[in-house]
Design a protein around this ligand. Structure first.
Ligand code: AMP
Ligand code: MN
Ligand code: MN
Ligand code: MN
Length: 280
């Protein structure tokens, strides 16, 4: 990375499950020294226009982004799209379709928690929701922490919101083919988000990388605020082996909640080709 370039290509606003408005995300990124930013809300592009307008005011380079929920077998994988045309009709329709299942899922999550005696969780979680079309497990987790069910968000997830736990609901998201089709159809670049967070076996991971490559997938988050620091070495090797571009991301959701702030992720290993070479 050029010392002058502080790129952060994955973060969230209140348009999905972040704590800051799109404008405040951009202001905080700028204050933290970021000079190339992508806002990547889950399954939503509704914050991009406001974020871009603020970035223009501040002289911060801004890239359209989205983080698409994808089902791979019975697991969820997140694919980030960068640098697409945000008015592309097929992309917008695809994201709308992905979002549409969230309400029923949230209802069923709440019912699962009610069965173990935790009542009114959907109503409680909704107080944390910034966009009615985008209820996420993060909103449930914040409410469950508020009422003292668990100490913090990671604990809530471990005990209530992951597979096998009362608040978990199986859900079918987009397919990998669909997500890459929407991103590429809108002129964007596809990135495997936080590979260290996926719960796939080693063999399944390699299959994912093969499929992603075969579908024209371009990049991988070698450095992500939501995976352990030493995992960067592992995913740097994947980037070299597959010829993927490398991305750097905080996956920031909010102050006091996210371990890595905007623009504060580790830098990329210097031999990798940064994905922003294709974006700027
Ligand atoms: P959803 O898209 O509704 O399944 O929610 C996924 C979101 O929950 C992620 O994007 C994170 O914001 C949050 N999340 C998932 N796992 C954890 C965890 N272990 N600790 C804290 N937040 C998490
Ligand atoms: Mn999230
Ligand atoms: Mn994610
Ligand atoms: Mn994210």
């Amino acid at each position: 990375m050029k010392p002058s370039l502080n790129a952060d290509l994955h973060c969230h606003s209140t348009v999905s499950d972040g704590l800051l408005s799109p404008v405040d995300v951009v202001r905080r990124a700028h204050a933290n020294g970021v000079n190339l930013l992508a806002l990547t809300d889950h399954d939503e592009t509704g914050g991009l226009a406001a974020a871009r307008a603020e970035a223009d005011v501040l002289g911060l380079r801004f890239v359209n982004g989205v983080e698409i929920s994808v089902s791979v077998g019975d697991q969820t994988v997140h694919i980030v799209g960068l640098g697409f045309d945000a008015s592309n009709a097929a992309l917008l329709a695809g994201l709308q379709q992905v979002r549409s299942g969230r309400d029923e899922r949230a209802q069923r999550m709440s019912e699962g928690l009610e069965k173990i005696g935790i009542r009114g969780v959907l109503e409680g979680a909704q107080r944390y929701v910034g966009n009615p079309a985008l209820v996420s497990r993060a909103h449930f987790a914040r409410y469950l922490v508020e009422i003292g069910i668990a100490r913090d968000m990671p604990n809530v997830f471990d005990h209530y919101l992951v597979r096998g736990k009362p608040g978990f609901v199986e859900h079918e998201w987009a397919s990998l083919e669909e997500a890459l089709g929407w991103i590429h159809g809108a002129g964007g670049i596809a990135v495997i988000a936080h590979p260290g967070r996926t719960r796939l076996s080693k063999a399944e991971m390699l299959k994912l990388f093969d499929q992603f490559k075969a579908l024209g997938g371009e990049a991988i988050e070698v450095v992500s605020g939501s995976q352990a620091g030493d995992e960067a070495l592992e995913y740097a090797r994947v980037a070299r082996r597959y010829g993927f571009l490398a991305s750097r991301a905080s996956d920031f959701h909010g102050p006091g909640e996210s371990p890595v702030d905007l623009g504060k992720a580790e830098i990329l290993p210097p031999d990798l080709t940064p994905v922003w070479e294709r974006l700027v």
